[in-house]
Design a protein around this ligand. Structure first.
Ligand SMILES: [Zn+2]
Ligand SMILES: [Zn+2]
Length: 186
């Protein structure tokens, strides 16, 4: 069986433990993979990529540095969840970035209802984070953006996050089954 072939290693920066555990549990339901909570990265490592003027993290700089430091085996992926706000050149912000064959980084700041003046809502936050995690992991296994109602649809705003499906569409499921055979549990 391939149950131990796929591994997803989760690192975090200042993220609530209960939130991380819930994401890990959801990933175990979706993926036939070993999901490991590997602990916190140092804040200093992330702050090296902090843009003082924009008060945001340079997402691609952080991704490249982490990729260099945390290498993976072919069946491993790294997922880094950062309590912060990231951007890439040309965009006001990003919810996350990914590198095919390695993994991805997801930023939580703009997933909190409070960021938009709303009341705290733990279950909404968890759904949003799970969507962005599945999105970046999808990229890491080779999926591109999708125009269907699909978790691989690009999100330009939190409204886009809320309106898209929390799972891969049938086309992306087929594609993922081809790219990473046996990874999906469904
Ligand atoms: Zn994307
Ligand atoms: Zn799709």
């Amino acid at each position: 069986m391939v149950s131990d072939a796929y591994t997803i290693i989760i690192y975090s920066v200042q993220v609530d433990r209960a939130l991380l555990e819930s994401i890990a549990q959801q990933l175990r339901r979706v993926f036939n993979a070993r999901v490991v909570l590997a602990g916190q990265l140092s804040l200093g490592e992330v702050l090296q990529h902090f843009d003082e003027e924009r008060e945001q993290i340079r997402a691609e700089g952080l991704l490249e540095a982490l990729k260099e430091r945390l290498g993976v085996m072919p069946h491993q992926r790294v997922l880094v969840i950062v309590e912060g706000d990231g951007y890439v050149e040309g965009l006001n912000f990003v919810f996350g970035v990914a590198a095919e064959g390695w993994g991805g980084v997801v930023f939580t700041r703009r997933l909190y209802p409070e960021f938009y003046g709303g009341m705290p809502n733990e279950s909404l936050l968890r759904v949003r984070l799970l969507k962005e995690v599945l999105h970046e992991l999808g990229h890491s296994y080779g999926l591109a953006h999708c125009t269907n109602n699909c978790v691989m649809r690009f999100s330009n705003s939190v409204f886009d996050v809320d309106s898209k499906s929390a799972f891969y569409c049938p086309r992306c499921v087929r594609e993922l089954n081809f790219l990473a055979p046996g990874l999906l549990r469904v």
